[in-house]
Design a protein around this ligand. Sequence first.
Ligand SMILES: *[C@@H]1O[C@H](CO)[C@@H](O)[C@H](O)[C@H]1NC(C)=O
Ligand SMILES: *[C@@H]1O[C@H](CO)[C@@H](O)[C@H](O)[C@H]1NC(C)=O
Ligand SMILES: *[C@@H]1O[C@H](CO)[C@@H](O)[C@H](O)[C@H]1NC(C)=O
Length: 405
Amino acid sequence: MKLYILLLVATGVFASSYSSRPRAEKLAPVVREGSQLLVDGKVWKAVGPNIYWLGLDENVIPPEGQPFYEPTKASYPTKERITEAMAMVQALGGTMIRGHTLGVSTGNPLSVMPEPGVVNEDAFETIDWAVYQAAQYGIRLLVPLVDNYDYYHGGKYNFLRWAGFDLTMARDSNNPQIQQFYTNATIVAAFKGYIEALLTHRNPYTNLTYAEDPTIFAYESGNELTGPGGDANCPADWVREIAQFVKGLAPAKLFFDGTYGIDPSHLDIEEVDVVSDHFYPVSTAKLQADLQTVAGAGKAYYAGEYGWLGGGGDSLESFFAMIEGSAAVCGDSFWSLFGHNAPDCSTFVEHNDGFTMQYGNPANTADTNRRIQLIRKHFVAMSQNRTIGSDEALPTVPCPAPTLL
Ligand SMILES: *[C@@H]1O[C@H](CO)[C@@H](O)[C@H](O)[C@H]1NC(C)=O
Ligand SMILES: *[C@@H]1O[C@H](CO)[C@@H](O)[C@H](O)[C@H]1NC(C)=O
Ligand SMILES: *[C@@H]1O[C@H](CO)[C@@H](O)[C@H](O)[C@H]1NC(C)=O
């Protein structure tokens, strides 16, 4: 009885300080101990999809009058699409999402930072909603801060051009000048300014800044960061500086090294919690080599992207077996998930890179559904430590999916 009254009082305090808004459940923080991630003292695995479009999309032309940047086809995803994605991750047994445009949003009028130093508050609406609904669905977020490439959502080339370097991915990906992104003090300062604008943004749905919100369990230095010619030359000094900066703003977050491939010189950067690699195609030999490189370094390892729809390489079964058998692998995320064009529940969003998962699409082939079932079996094994049949029916996700308040 006494406890009951205390609970009422505690709830009352919370509600009165924040009564006019829906209330987000606060997720427990993720911490690292050696090569493992823990939540509430228990091993926690980061498994889920890549969903790059949650903050800003390129695949849907919105109705007339809504924000749209024609040159790159950039538009904001609907809240219904974002919420449905959370329900799909839950159905897949996932615990998290790796979401590029929740952090990488520079250089076009719909971006968080359209021009150097200019912050576009409108761009936060989709990110705020994604962070809020992720928390309500119990799903955590891993958010890259910059992209190695020059796509619609922006990346390192924006910062280079803003500093006066006339460089594009199409022309200059082998040009040594692109290393200025990592080495030029003016550009590094501008990038930190962007990170600060992002992490100090306060989400009106949760009244937490992104730095404070444990739903974003980790920031990643970037997506597939390389040097000229695609080598893994993302300088350790830069990784350390950015990791220290992020942890200065958000001490409770983990930091992922977004270098493409394992650079052994990064393994002694204290602020790096997790190192990662991407797999096109799936390769157990590459995974094994990575695990040998990181063995004994006291870091966690994460397979941040893999082509789940074939394209040569090893079987998903062999890849998942190796991941499940290694305590040093803290998780993995396939590339990549899409849903309906909600609120239009009669069509799915198309993205033609050859790796699109449209969860629940009745037009999926038997082989596609077999692969989705394998992924779900793997996620459940990783996140819930239990075995389900590889032919277990996939849970139905309603469209529209419920908004959780
Ligand atoms: C939101 O949080 C800030 C900082 O903790 C606090 O000052 C403010 O009162 C909160 N707003 C609401 C509506 O609770
Ligand atoms: C860094 O970039 C600035 C332009 O923003 C340029 O003036 C400066 O020369 C660059 N520094 C180096 C060492 O190249
Ligand atoms: C998983 O479950 C098995 C028994 O089913 C148990 O021996 C093992 O310790 C569990 N592992 C974790 C990480 O909980």
